[in-house]
Design a protein around this ligand. Structure first.
Ligand code: NI
Length: 271
């Protein structure tokens, strides 16, 4: 490979139907762009199962499992036990995406909060980091995290907001993961947060197939485009891309512990 560095997409949904016709090509393009690792994120039980299956069949992919707030009303009895079983599978590195969403409000806020708290507790019990979805619900997300997850390792996925919200998330101990909107020329609040946050608390992601970066905004996103996010972040921090990429890689290692997971997997494979 021609790249001198490794990029990571810490949040993608490659298992969704939008990639059914060309998933292998999408993964090949990611590898060619230097994206050496992808974290596939579940948003309900079905997609969590699919994330685990995708991770188990691709060495460069890891899985995060959970029920996202817009699917909170869909769970049936026994969901928690199934999630717990999924979380124990090799290559599962976190619980998510979980959180609060007042944009769509397809599930009532109290139900969202109950599932959010249940899954924060599960992550704590299993020693896994959490991947947080928060949309138009900054205050309640922070209230719950501060109350139930303070000091627990976690990531604000597709961070959106300004420096004030970033500081509040950092105060709870959470990392900030930047996605396509960071590349939008007018996203000045986001740029400021990305410039001021400690380097060791930053991550990069695509949220594929959503949130495609500039100049491909509005089209189907894919993990290869995390490079555009990383390039923007490097420019904002005044760092060469390879230095930024190396920092992000180590940040992701620190929170997801891929090394431990691979170790378990290798032992199992060789037995
Ligand atoms: Ni997502």
């Amino acid at each position: 490979m021609s790249n001198e560095f490794r990029l990571i997409d810490t949040h993608a949904h490659v298992a969704v139907a939008q990639f059914d016709t060309d998933r292998a090509d999408v993964l090949a393009r990611a590898a060619a762009a230097g994206v050496a690792r992808i974290v596939e994120i579940g948003y309900d039980l079905k997609s969590s199962r699919a994330a685990v299956a995708l991770a188990e069949s691709h060495p460069q992919i890891y899985a995060v499992v959970g029920v996202q707030p817009n699917h909170a009303h869909e769970v049936s009895e026994g969901w928690f036990d199934e999630l717990r079983a999924l979380a124990a599978r090799p290559k599962v590195v976190g619980i998510g995406e979980i959180g609060m969403d007042y944009h769509w409000k397809v599930a009532p806020p109290d139900l969202q909060e109950r599932l959010f708290r249940d899954q924060l507790a599960l992550a704590r019990e299993l020693g896994l980091p959490v991947v947080i979805h928060s949309r138009e619900a900054q205050d309640d997300t922070l209230r719950i995290l501060d109350d139930a997850a303070h000091g627990q390792p976690g990531i604000m996925h597709s961070f959106s907001g300004g420096w004030a919200f970033a500081q509040a998330c950092l105060a709870v101990g959470f990392m900030l993961s930047f996605s396509g909107p960071l590349t939008f020329p007018k996203a000045t609040e986001l740029h400021e947060a990305a410039r001021l946050a400690p380097l060791e608390m930053l991550l990069t992601e695509t949220d594929s197939p959503y949130l495609s970066p500039h100049p491909q905004r509005g089209t189907r996103n894919e993990p290869a485009r995390v490079r555009l996010v990383a390039e923007r972040l490097a420019a904002l921090r005044g760092l060469p891309l390879e230095v930024l990429a190396d920092q992000i890689w180590r940040n992701a290692e620190r929170i997801f512990h891929f090394d431990k997971v691979s170790g378990v997997r290798c032992q199992r494979d060789s037995s």
